[in-house]
Design a protein around this ligand. Structure first.
Ligand code: GLN
Length: 284
């Protein structure tokens, strides 16, 4: 009996293994899911025809990736808290570390209906995850970028959370002039915290993200100062602030807050690399 010869070039596994050591497995899957408009599992169980046109399209995606375009901008999607978010060059790409902020809030004792403000919402990843995971919470989200806010609203609608979140455009707390009762139990924020001077040294992928979402001013602390100065006007009596921090910024951030004599640090949380990544600060 003559065995049928397999044309390996027509096989999706041929594409998967075309750039070994150059494109990681995760990114290869991400690009192929996008190319075939399918779920990851489908890549392994469905039979996709791989012709020359498909191969060329795949090559062009790999080329974009290798030239420094983040995979999430190529595919227009990023995962956060197990949810799928639309991202564009107008929004920061949500990072896994930022899930710490959401996990902290959803793990608070339940029963209380909390009012939560998400400043610098970007793609809306924090606000929308909270809306999905805390059906009781009232959520408000702000961003200075109109383009980012549009994406956040789109994401909220995709996750059936549009009615759950009030979105306002404006710089940090200024956005709240349009809110009738801007008082919150928790203010959560992943502010821009990269020092201006560090920009030339950022990875080429990070440099493709919106500078406005990354730039924390000369010492990276600009947003923490604004929050420390104004948060008391927007917090309920026993309210708290939960902030993401950059590497090595914890002490400086605590100093900024403690200079007002109304705050105390409640808890510092490390990320999976052992870096102090989030801080709870309470009104004392
Ligand atoms: N809240 C978004 C995030 O955490 C955007 C943050 C930002 O633009 N600095 O990813």
């Amino acid at each position: 009996m003559k065995l049928k010869t397999v044309d390996y070039k027509r096989d999706i596994f041929y594409l998967m293994n075309k750039y070994p050591g150059i494109v990681s497995k995760v990114e290869t899957e991400m690009l192929l899911e996008y190319l075939f408009n399918c779920a990851k599992l489908d890549l392994y169980i469905r039979d996709f025809a791989v012709n020359e046109t498909i191969e060329e399209l795949y090559d062009s995606l790999v080329e974009r990736r290798l030239s420094g375009e983040p995979g999430q901008y190529i595919t227009g999607r990023a995962e956060f808290m197990g949810l799928d978010f639309i991202v564009t060059k107008d929004t920061l790409i949500p990072r896994p570390e930022t899930e710490i902020l959401v996990n902290e809030i959803i793990n608070l004792p339940s029963g209380k209906k909390r009012r939560i403000l998400d400043l610098c919402t970007g793609s809306g990843n924090i606000a929308i995850s909270l809306a999905k995971l805390m059906p009781q919470a009232e959520i408000t989200a702000t961003d200075v970028s109109e383009a980012a806010l549009k994406i956040a609203e789109k994401n909220a609608a995709r996750h059936n959370a549009r009615e759950r979140i009030k979105f306002y455009k404006g710089n940090v707390f200024n956005a709240l002039v349009f809110d009738k009762n801007p008082k919150f139990d928790i203010i959560v924020c992943n502010p821009p915290y990269i020092k201006e001077g560090d920009f030339p040294y950022l990875q080429k992928e990070v440099r493709q993200e919106p500078e406005i979402a990354l730039n924390g001013g000369k010492d990276g602390l600009g947003f923490y100062r604004v929050i420390a100065k104004e948060a008391h006007r927007y917090l309920e009596r026993c309210g708290s602030v939960l902030l993401e921090m950059g590497f090595g910024q914890r002490q400086a951030i605590e100093d900024v807050f403690s200079s007002y004599n109304i705050f105390e640090t409640y808890r510092v949380i490390k990320d999976f690399s052992g870096i102090e990544r989030a801080i709870w600060i309470n009104l004392s």
